[in-house]
Ligand binder design. Structure first.
Ligand code: GDP
Ligand code: GDP
Length: 455
């Protein structure tokens, strides 16, 4: 490495940074208007507007990446919840329950100017039951005179209330320090107790694409147990199902069973549910309803899974309902709309007739294998060497940037760091990714490539 102009420390640092696994997840919960979205905005450095969102506007993004004191984590914002659909108590409880389940730690936001309400007390009960670390934020303490209000919140029995002003930033640093203490280094969902347990599948897709039908069809009589142990003391939403001789865990099937019916706010609820399921899963099976055109919403769901770095299978459902004409247009749509995930295994199924159900498990296994693939450094560099000499980067400004060497820094999904003598253009990076896929497979998995340029 040294002779290529990188010093060893740089190289090691780059590999470590690129190799980080899934990030721990923080949920921010609380009643409407206590300042959750404002607080989330502060955590993510206002890179994305959240508070401006009007109720009813589709919010496909509910998890954000945040960084504090050099540590990165994900934040689940529950601020967009529609409170009037179920009645305030039930909806705050449902929202909190849901976010808590997907999280490794929770910030519970209370409006210190109002004090603890009955709804707050109800959330405290949920938090106790879930047993996840909780940091209590006493919000809207905009100045020293509010500190006394914050102290009143000791009464909730959640330990020290941290007085903050999400709006002005007062006290948020101390709060985030505390959050870091509460967050594990790696998410428990992925690296904790469940390692070696059943593989975790999220069955996701727009409403009415056939998720529950598919689950019922594949599970049939063999649906074994409702998993009552995972992670939390009460976790009614993961279901263990035996398929092809293996037990799989289908995460968040409560959503599938439509435990909660929502009219308005359903989009937001669906997004939150999808995000939570994806966080908990290793592989996402995205269902597409082939009787309708592939929609932006379908693509958003796929993007969620890809951005979360999960293995991916795409199941085209309702195949029984296709006529020749629709099928022709469907194939065109798949070519154009699904190009960015052309690496994902595809199965054409019918939850109604059972068509090709037997292909689902092999597709899932393929995707998981791709997701876990590790390419030895020697093989990778032999490949990169050949690639660079056969297809050099275009010359720019009299110079020719070159990939000098590379390494795979992590798996689940595969992450690569390439060290280069100059800036590599987007097109060339895409080309390298394509060739990597051709060479090593990676079927069913997103891959991350980061490039370090020699100074
Ligand atoms: P959410 O429904 O819990 O997400 O709450 P929002 O973040 O949308 O905030 C609700 C209202 O409280 C908005 O008008 C915010 O500007 C206001 N707010 C949020 N944090 C603070 C704060 O620290 N101090 C004051 N005075 N107002 C705040
Ligand atoms: P979910 O909201 O994604 O769980 O969708 P459901 O499983 O409730 O299915 C929505 C509707 O699509 C129901 O009327 C199902 O009977 C129908 N459906 C599901 N799968 C198929 C299929 O493979 N073929 C046809 N023709 N209809 C289906």
């Amino acid at each position: 490495a040294a002779e290529e102009g990188f010093d060893l420390e740089d190289v090691e640092g780059a590999i470590e940074e690129a190799g980080h696994g899934p990030l721990p997840v923080l949920a921010v919960v609380g009643r409407p208007n206590v300042g959750k979205s404002t607080l989330v905005n502060r955590m993510i450095g206002r890179r994305e507007a959240v508070v401006e969102d009007k109720p009813g506007v589709t919010r496909d993004r509910v998890t954000y990446e945040a960084e504090w004191a050099g540590r990165r984590f994900k934040v689940v914002d529950t601020g967009g919840w529609e409170q009037d659909v179920l009645g305030i108590d039930a909806s705050v409880a449902a929202q909190a329950e849901f976010a808590i389940e997907a999280a490794d730690a929770v910030v519970f936001v209370v409006d210190a100017t109002v004090g603890a309400t009955d709804t707050d007390e109800a959330v405290v009960k949920l938090l106790r039951r879930a047993g996840k670390p909780v940091v209590l934020a006493a919000n809207k303490v905009d100045g020293p005179s509010g500190e006394a209000d914050a102290a009143m919140l000791w009464s909730l029995g959640l330990g020290e209330p941290f007085p903050v002003s999400a709006l002005h930033g007062r006290g948020t640093g101390d709060l985030l320090d505390e959050v870091l203490k509460a967050l594990p280094d790696a998410p428990a969902q992925t690296f904790g107790a469940t390692v070696g347990g059943p593989r975790r599948i999220a069955l996701i897709g727009r409403p009415n694409v056939g998720k529950s039908s598919l689950l019922n069809k594949v599970a049939g009589e063999e649906r074994v147990v409702v998993d009552a142990t995972a992670g939390t003391t009460r976790d009614p939403v993961d279901e263990l199902i035996e398929l092809g001789g293996t037990t799989w865990k289908f995460v968040d099937t409560a959503g599938i069973r439509k435990r909660v019916h929502l009219q308005e706010g359903a989009d937001y609820y669906a997004s939150l549910r999808t995000a939570a399921a994806v966080e908990k899963a290793e592989v996402a099976v995205v269902l597409i309803d082939t009787s309708e055109s592939i929609s932006v919403q379908d693509q958003r769901i796929i993007t969620m899974a890809v951005e979360a770095g999960r293995a991916l299978v795409i199941a085209y459902n309702k195949w029984d309902s296709l006529d020749e004409e629709r099928r022709y247009y469907l194939e065109r749509e798949i070519e154009t709309e699904m190009q960015q995930v052309s690496w994902a295994p595809r199965v054409n199924v019918s939850a109604r007739t059972g068509r090709h159900m037997e292909k689902l498990v092999p597709a899932i296994e393929t995707a998981l294998a791709g997701w876990e693939t590790r390419v030895p450094t020697g093989r990778l560099n032999a490949f990169l060497g050949e690639l660079v000499s056969a297809h050099p980067h275009p010359i720019r400004g009299g110079k020719q940037p070159r990939i000098l060497f590379g390494t795979q820094a992590g798996t689940k999904p595969p992450r690569f760091v390439l060290f280069a003598s100059g800036f590599l253009e987007h097109g060339y990076r895409r080309f390298v990714e394509r060739r990597l896929r051709e060479e090593f497979g990676f079927e069913g998995t997103p891959i991350h490539i980061s490039v370090r340029v020699r100074e």
